[in-house]
Write a protein that binds this ligand. Structure first.
Ligand code: PRP
Ligand code: URA
Length: 209
């Protein structure tokens, strides 16, 4: 069964409050999403493997550690996931970035895939799939299906706000994919929006409506 981690770091929780606030404008919303993505990435990478190397300091030789292990791939689900990419790359600038384009049909709430572009060495990378919202779970499940069908084997899913319904759907469909969340909310409403949530993440990030 996939594990679910809810990040309760005070800085993350503080910033999420202002992300939720309907009076937060596009510029500030975008900056806050960027900052929370950085902070979440810092937490998610705690289990990264290290290896020891030698460096010459101005004084002597030191044995010191650097990141080892697999290369990382970041995959935002378009379009709202784009808002989290720069914040992640601030910490891991060498990560490759793939894209999966999905939108939720407003009538059926089913995800419709319209674009996929991944790094060529998919099988050799650890992937972090990012999207601010996990609502019904349809988009995240479809994006992971898409990643796995192209050879991805190690995937984590990172989102800002999740509904319990979406978490359950994800855990059933992809028990091997751990979920990292900043806020676990109450429920979905009849239109498939997360309650209390933050509204439409894509519209708030890009100023559309
Ligand atoms: C939003 C959000 C997720 C999806 C979540 O995207 O960014 O991708 O809905 O809903 P689900 O869990 O019910 O699938 P949307 O379809 O609105 O597209 P956008 O990012 O282009 O605005
Ligand atoms: N997508 C969003 O952007 N917000 C929600 O509440 C649900 C899906």
């Amino acid at each position: 069964m996939a594990k679910v981690y809810v990040f309760d770091h005070p800085l993350i929780q503080h910033k999420i409050t202002f992300i939720r606030d309907k009076n937060t404008g596009t510029k500030e919303f975008r900056e806050l999403v960027d900052e929370v993505a950085t902070l979440m990435m810092y937490e998610i990478t705690r289990d990264m493997q290290l290896q020891e190397i030698e460096v010459e300091t101005p004084v002597s030789t030191a044995k010191s550690k650097v990141i080892a292990g697999k290369k990382l791939g970041i995959v935002p689900i378009l379009r709202a996931g784009i808002g989290m990419v720069d914040g992640i790359l601030n910490l891991i600038p060498t990560a490759k970035v793939g894209h999966i384009g999905l939108y939720r049909d407003p009538e059926t709430l089913q995800p419709v895939e319209y674009y996929v572009k991944l790094p060529s060495d998919v099988e050799e990378r650890d992937f972090i799939l990012v999207d601010p919202m996990l609502a019904t779970g349809g988009s995240a499940v479809a994006a992971i299906d898409s990643l796995k069908s192209r050879g991805a084997k190690h995937i984590k899913f990172m989102c800002l706000i999740a509904a319990p319904e979406g978490v359950e759907v994800m855990q059933k469909a992809h028990p091997d994919v751990d979920i990292y969340i900043a806020g676990l909310d109450d429920k979905l409403n009849e239109k498939g929006y997360i309650v209390p949530g933050l509204g439409d993440a894509g519209d708030r990030l890009f100023g559309t409506k």
